[in-house]
Design a protein around this ligand. Structure first.
Ligand SMILES: [Zn+2]
Length: 205
């Protein structure tokens, strides 16, 4: 008999925070396609250890991750194992969008943003706004050119594309459906992200 699963719906342009236990599976689904999902995690009960793209890049000797890789913490501990990925294009190099990104770069005050979306739920775990970790930007398309230029353009993900991780420690995760609707990055249409947390490994179709 299979164990119960937990479903977390992240409304378009908003964020959600959830706990996972060591050994559980986290499936992050781009419900409608072309939607970036900023993803951060802290070790539950130990907010000074968190998922770190910087440390992961060094560990992997790569700017990007692939199936079979682990994602590491700022203490060089593996926190997530990448089990399945129907897209293969994600970003681990740029920060979450925040209020100044919109006010300074686009002249829009009070725009929803990933940093606030993730901080909203992490606050109760003792995480201050300036200590929200750098994200992995799932489904975000941030190619690096041969001459080392960085870009952000629309995701290649299609409706239902997903990434499956296994948690290697007890974690508190926060996910933001990126509200960027001014420049390419989400197909200029912000849509929801769905998350499934399960004890049993999900079937890989
Ligand atoms: Zn964003």
């Amino acid at each position: 008999m299979s164990s119960p699963t937990t479903h977390v719906h992240v409304p378009a342009g908003h964020g959600r925070t959830f706990e996972v236990r060591r050994g559980q599976f986290i499936t992050v689904i781009d419900r409608d396609g072309q939607q970036a999902a900023d993803f951060v995690a802290i070790v539950n009960g130990q907010a000074n250890e968190y998922l770190s793209p910087t440390h992961t890049r060094r560990r992997l000797d790569s700017l990007f991750f692939s199936v079979g890789d682990c994602l590491y913490s700022n203490a060089d501990e593996a926190l997530l194992h990448v089990l399945h990925d129907t897209v293969g294009v994600h970003d681990a190099n740029v920060p979450a969008c925040d209020c100044t990104r919109f006010s300074v770069d686009f002249g829009v005050d009070g725009h929803r943003n990933c940093l606030d979306n993730m901080h909203d739920g992490l606050r109760e775990y003792g995480v201050s706004a300036v200590n929200v970790p750098e994200p992995f930007n799932l489904f975000q398309n941030g190619p690096v050119t041969a001459d080392c230029r960085m870009q952000v353009t629309d995701p290649i993900s299609k409706a239902g594309d997903r990434v499956v991780f296994r948690a290697l420690k007890d974690l508190v995760c926060a996910v933001s459906s990126c509200p960027q609707d001014i420049i390419p990055g989400n197909g200029l249409l912000v849509t929801p992200i769905d998350i499934v947390i399960s004890d049993d490994q999900p079937p890989f179709a």
